[in-house]
Design a binder for this molecule. Structure first.
Ligand code: ASP
Ligand code: MG
Length: 438
């Protein structure tokens, strides 16, 4: 059995959906299970419509409904599939506008409609193509999660529940990516781009031979092709290389995607719906050709650097514990850390919880926050022990006149990460790509 996940760009319009139909049809002998994202741009539009509803404006749904009805017509799917869900969604947003309240729980519920719509329309199209398909909402297929709205994780018992629901399915399941449900019945989302994560959760639970992530590039690239036009696809990545890339902002995979695949040792293949015969990128427990060196550059913009120092300036025992304890208590996710004798600096993405953590830290420490920073990360197995790589990197940055503010090299020897100003990020990435890959 294989798991095939199609992202929003593969489902941008009816023409693309027909292409997806052909791709799945050609692989029926592999007994596919399909996971779909919302159509391109729909999740953003739903989140925006929910914010608009909070201000009493309910017009945001009109173009969204029109677009899904047009897709239904083009794919010869019944309009009732769309209408039923939209009346539920309209009710939800009317409630938001009346109560003037938009909780994370309601936001997740609103966001869930994108995948619920696309799974139904895609399945309807497959059926018209003669496939025995059926749309299934992930939460009706066992995907139970915790109640961390906006970034939920599956419960340990989800695996068993998924097998019970789908293990012996005699149809082609078209599952919603991105969403799940708590044990008490609230809809959750797994975080933006979470359909990849859904794909590996279902793939691992069902014992897939391979999880295929169908997207609009020829696999994972050496850098973001929008920034670096001569970026190239990478034939193979190890699990650890791919998770570093996802973690540091590589656009192709949601950061948690690798976990279920690693646990069960299931290879992931990143493929292009526009070029179904291209081999894409294979992500494997271990790469076959393991020559060390840089493999890919990723980056995250709009990060904050929080520097914490003690006025008494002795980095005594417990110092780090107290700092990270404060981050932990306020649920602040820290990415990159670098320490000196007197200061601990950490890069933080989402501002959630940060203000509270900082005010707690200020009771004991001096705290400085710098905004508008980018974390750039260069990934490759063995990169840390390859002579000359660090030299090449910092030489390239020096030539591009980019000032490096913070550096960290993981002990795993798999990445070198550093911080620059947002304005310098594109120039830095291009310069690095030039000297590492051409
Ligand atoms: N539709 C969701 C999003 O846009 C999930 C996904 O595309 O993977 O974030
Ligand atoms: Mg996506």
């Amino acid at each position: 059995m294989i798991l095939m996940k199609f992202g929003g760009s593969s489902l941008a319009d009816p023409e693309r959906i027909r292409a997806v139909g052909r791709i799945v049809r050609a692989r029926m002998k592999d007994r596919p299970v399909v996971v779909v994202s919302a159509f391109r741009g729909v999740t953003d539009a739903l989140l925006q419509a929910a914010q608009d509803a909070l201000r009493g404006d309910l017009r945001g749904l009109v173009p969204l409904k029109r677009r899904h009805l047009e897709s239904a017509r083009a794919l010869k799917a019944p309009a009732s599939l769309v209408e039923g869900l939209f009346s539920e969604l309209e009710g939800l947003l009317r409630g938001v506008s009346l109560l003037k309240e938009l909780t994370p729980r309601t936001l997740d519920r609103a966001a869930s409609f994108g995948e619920r719509l696309s799974a139904r329309l895609v399945a309807a199209h497959f059926i018209r193509q003669g496939l025995k398909a059926r749309a299934v909402d992930a939460f009706d297929a066992g995907l139970l999660t915790d109640d961390r709205f906006g970034g939920a994780n599956p419960l340990p018992r989800a695996d068993r529940a998924i097998r019970r629901h789908l293990g012996r399915a005699r149809f082609l399941p078209v599952l919603t990516g991105f969403i799940g449900k708590t044990a008490s019945g609230d809809i959750t989302t797994l975080g933006r781009n979470g359909s990849d994560y859904s794909a590996t959760i279902f793939g691992a639970a069902l014992g897939a031979r391979e999880v295929q992530i169908w997207s609009d590039t020829d696999g994972v690239m050496t850098a973001d092709p929008r920034l670096v036009p001569d970026a190239r696809p990478i034939a193979e990545l190890s699990f650890s290389e791919a998770s570093e890339l996802a973690y540091y902002g590589g656009k192709v995979l949601h950061p948690h995607t690798l976990l279920p695949a690693v646990r069960k040792g299931i290879p992931i293949r990143v493929l292009n719906t526009f070029k179904p015969d291209h081999p894409g990128t294979a992500i494997l427990a271990e790469r076959s050709a393991a020559e060390p060196g840089a493999r890919s550059i990723s980056f995250k913009k709009r990060q904050r650097i929080v520097s914490v120092s003690s006025p008494r300036m002795v980095l005594g025992a417990g110092f780090l514990g107290r700092i990270f304890g404060a981050f932990g208590r306020h649920d602040v996710a820290v990415d990159m850390v670098s320490t000196s004798e007197v200061t601990v600096s950490a890069s933080v993405g989402a501002p959630r919880g940060l203000a509270a953590a900082i005010s707690e830290l200020k009771g004991e420490f001096r705290v400085r926050v710098e905004e508008g920073r980018s974390v750039i990360c260069i990934v490759g197995d063995g990169i840390g022990s390859t002579p000359g790589v660090a030299g090449t990197i910092f030489e390239a940055l020096r030539e591009a006149k980019v000032n490096v503010e913070m550096i960290s090299q993981g002990a795993s020897e798999i990445n070198i990460a550093f911080v620059v100003r947002d304005a310098d990020c594109p120039r830095a990435v291009r310069a690095l790509h030039r000297s590492l890959f051409s």
